[in-house]
Design a binder for this molecule. Structure first.
Ligand SMILES: [Zn+2]
Length: 198
């Protein structure tokens, strides 16, 4: 039995088992699952991550949130750099597990997740598509940028994600999670979460 077929037996065939073409890189014998990267690996990994949803706001993906900072190939494995939305966010570990699971299901063996705390994540990193998805879900996306304005506590005008009215008021500084505030619309009277600028 050759080394590569042993590894394949160990991992159940991995990416080759779906009948598609085998990855172009050869296996690195000393590290089970390690292999050389092919040109499609990183673009494909980004595609996989676009489908990994934030457990707290399941309509936005980890790439919409901008928390995946970098993908690279290192020592035969995919390396994923993740910056949590805020340090100590209880969902961070869950998100990292979801990322690992999705990548492994897509055939990336033992991806390495690296947590990077600096520079800190800000709501500015949420993509345009992410903001649209938040709005469609009924969460007002962060207004403006995480500049001095929010630090100085100056009021911001938050538009109602349901009817678009700017006649809104804060009900509670803390909504369903610590990153959100609870608002209510004075026009349609619907409550909604506002994704705070941090
Ligand atoms: Zn409204």
């Amino acid at each position: 039995m050759s080394i590569s077929s042993q590894v394949d037996a160990l991992f159940g065939g991995g990416p080759c088992s779906d009948g598609q073409s085998a990855p172009t890189g050869g296996l690195i014998a000393s590290d089970g699952g390690a292999r050389e990267a092919s040109a499609e690996d990183l673009p494909r990994a980004w595609q996989v991550l676009e489908q990994v949803m934030d457990p707290e706001v399941p309509v936005v993906s980890v790439t919409d949130l901008g928390i995946v900072r970098d993908l690279s190939w290192e020592d035969g494995h995919l390396r994923v750099v993740v910056t949590p939305t805020y340090s100590g966010c209880p969902a961070t570990e869950l998100i990292e597990n979801e990322i690992t699971k999705a990548l492994e299901q897509a055939g990336f063996r033992t991806p390495r997740i690296e947590r990077q705390l600096a520079p800190a994540w800000t709501t500015d990193w949420i993509s345009e598509r992410g903001r649209e998805r938040l709005r469609a879900y009924g969460i007002a996306p962060p207004v403006g940028s995480s500049s001095k304005r929010s630090l100085l506590g100056e009021p911001v005008t938050v538009s109602c994600p349901h009817c678009g009215s700017q006649e809104t008021e804060v009900v509670s500084e803390f909504g369903s999670t610590a990153c959100k505030a609870l608002y209510r619309c004075r026009s349609c009277l619907e409550p909604f979460d506002y994704f705070k600028c941090i």
